[in-house]
Design a protein around this ligand. Sequence first.
Ligand SMILES: Cc1ncc(COP(=O)(O)O)c(C=O)c1O
Length: 429
Amino acid sequence: MRNSTVDLLRPELAVNGGTPVRNKPWIDNYTLGKEEISSATKAIASGYLSKFEGSFTPDPPFSFLGGPYVDKMERAWEKYYGIAHAVSVNSATSGLYAAWGALDIGFGDEVIVPAITMTACAVGPMIYGAIPVFADVDPNTGCIDPDSIEALINDRVKAVLVVHLYGFVADMDRIRDICKKRGIAIVEDCAQSHGAKYKGEYVGTLGDIGIFSLNVNKTIQVGEAGVCVTNNADLAYRLQLIRNHGEAVVGPAGYSNISNILGFNYRLSEVHAAMAIDQLDKLDALTETRLEMVSYLNTNLSSIECLDIFTPSLEDTCVYYQYKLNFDEGMANISGPDLIRALNAEGLQFFGGYTPLYFQPTYQQRKMFKHGYPWSAPENAGSNVSYEKGICPIAESLTSRTITSEHVRPPNTMQDMADIVDVFAKVLG
Ligand SMILES: Cc1ncc(COP(=O)(O)O)c(C=O)c1O
């Protein structure tokens, strides 16, 4: 399939009134089965939907650390990832917020985050008074670019958030090298990359804290949940304190490092924890199906010249939370959004790229809290952060030239993947 300029005015295209390739609706993510139903039922029948207690020496059966399913889930995560501590939370957003608290990020600090990612990634540091600084990304993976991190480093930078976006993996060797030299902490957001490996090692275990999401769209999911992992016992304890009203616990516990220990309720229910254990058991099989689907699409779309299909290094295991392509708008002489409209009219459900977070009013107006905090805080006065258009040119360009699909996952089948190939052949062939 060779092509250069694409004519989207052809009458046979569904976008112009032609017959669509596919009429069948797409099925949303649903990864639960009889195992989760049985586990959830047992958790409910146990009589306790949560056994968390927000104090240091509660009476049994309640505990500051939660109940038996929460405990079992956390131990399962530790075993799977080969890491010392897992701390469950009720979302990855909660986990991200707790991570900045645990790392004692605060006023006067800057945290480098990728320009394109989910919105909570940049909000977390601000909750503690720190300033998010946006780094550009790798055009192939959408993950944070080490060169851009390096260019943004100054004495105020205390942490870098690495997001392993779309199930791809960031260049961790270089990022760790840059951060280690300067004592900068690394948080890995693995919401989209359960089970992904960088050079044979699980992402999430390569920085100071790794965070996973089990929200309804994720590779493994229980509706809403999250997990933080770390090899550092003090960080794990601080995550537990922030998860569960820690300011009430530190006194009786005799814990003196109380900065940032304002505890929230980030606790996970026993029912969600019970289902999450079964989901983790299914992770490898679910990923394998995704990889088969991606391999089929890559093989069958590779001859379309205006599609740029990225092949990760063989040393890495990318897990394809979404199928992501870059589209050469110049070669095809049409825009990414116009292509997506034409593809979706044929029965697909593709999306464009992320819009850089700094275009949000929060950053443009520098106002997260009243009086322009955290930017207006005296401790942040020396921060030279910019949120101008043009600061992350690759991220900005990816918004229109990225096309993504969520459908490389069960319960979709190879027949559904064949529909995707047929639609691309019709529109771009
Ligand atoms: C990269 C990334 N980080 C964080 C989150 C937040 O996850 P949760 O919905 O569990 O709070 C998401 C969810 O979409 C995400 O994709």
